[in-house]
Design a binder for this molecule. Sequence first.
Ligand SMILES: *Cc1c(COP(=O)(O)O)cnc(C)c1O
Length: 391
Amino acid sequence: MEKMEPLLFPSISSSLSWVEIDSEALRHNVKQFRKLVGKKKILCGVVKSNAYGHGILEISHLILSYGVDWLGVNFVEEGIFLRKNGIKAPVMVLGYVPLNQLKEVVENGFRIVVYNLETLRVLGEISDRAKKEVFLHIKLETGTHRQGIYPERILEFINEIKKFPLLKLEGISTHFANIEDTTDHSYAEHQLGIFKKTAEMLETNGLEIPIKHTACTAATILFPETYFDMVRVGIGLYGLWPSRETFLSSMINGKPPVELKPVLTWKTRIAQIKDVKKGSFIGYGCSYKTGRDSRIAVLPVGYNEGYDRRLSNISYVLIKGHRAPVRGRVAMNMIMVDVTDIEDVRLEDEVVLIGSQGKERITAEYLASICGTINYEIVTRINPLIPRVIV
Ligand SMILES: *Cc1c(COP(=O)(O)O)cnc(C)c1O
């Protein structure tokens, strides 16, 4: 089967909506995490999912210049994209790499998280043939039951690695299951205990593993004992808290150990303004009926762009520093908002969908609470074709 190049779809018009990246806020967040973990730990910035919707290339260049050491991606293609665009920093592939794509890992010198014997064998053969070292990070199963191997199998796994001279065991890692969703951290402590015990067992077997890592943003903020040699920070770099529980837990000793500044603002502009009589229906399904003569603005974003349909009739946007409520259903590429109470609204006035304007602010957390989801999903879903602009 011949592999097809992905067809590059025409980009979404840059004048309909755009995402602004506040580089000062980003720098501030990177510095906060650097201060927290210290100079000696490796700071791995997680830039999977288009840098949580912020723009993988823009964010990667910026955070590396602010002092992030490594980049974490999910797909091998994300890593290749970074390499093709001049990024030379270490890249670790966190997600699954199909056996037939492992040669890309070797060619590009990516770090890879491993947990299948099949992966080891194929990587071993490729590294032999290419005469190139490959740096492996074993994922340990400590209770998340996602990726990873059980501690009982780790020696068997390491014996397989030893069969191939160019496979280098650089790291062992794990990922916490229940650190964001709760203020009770006993499960995370239980997982950390298993990780530590396994690491000690390896050391007594004479295996020195240079990079042990377990911490995501929440662990990095809450538990220095999870740092080991490297932290993998995603959401926090973007200035967002992993959860309210993490924020509250971090306040136990007074003030939180980091101050985070949201990096992203999502903007659009008004595409039409119209006067609508009292008793008129707005949008698909006639779900909203005006209770008064109203002035409605049409905005050129919808669920295709990442403005969730569950925001229909509930959320609001910001125009001239005021709240304009969403009226009717969110359509594929459009929404309607009520601007009756906002003075002097004009065609193509700037609108904030996420972010602040004047004294008002719309947070990803607020939209997430309406949608029954988390801030991660709200920002990650912003269509990657929408332009990202560094300000
Ligand atoms: C996504 C991810 C992270 C980053 O998590 P945040 O909560 O965004 O900091 C860290 N480690 C792994 C394995 C991940 O998949």
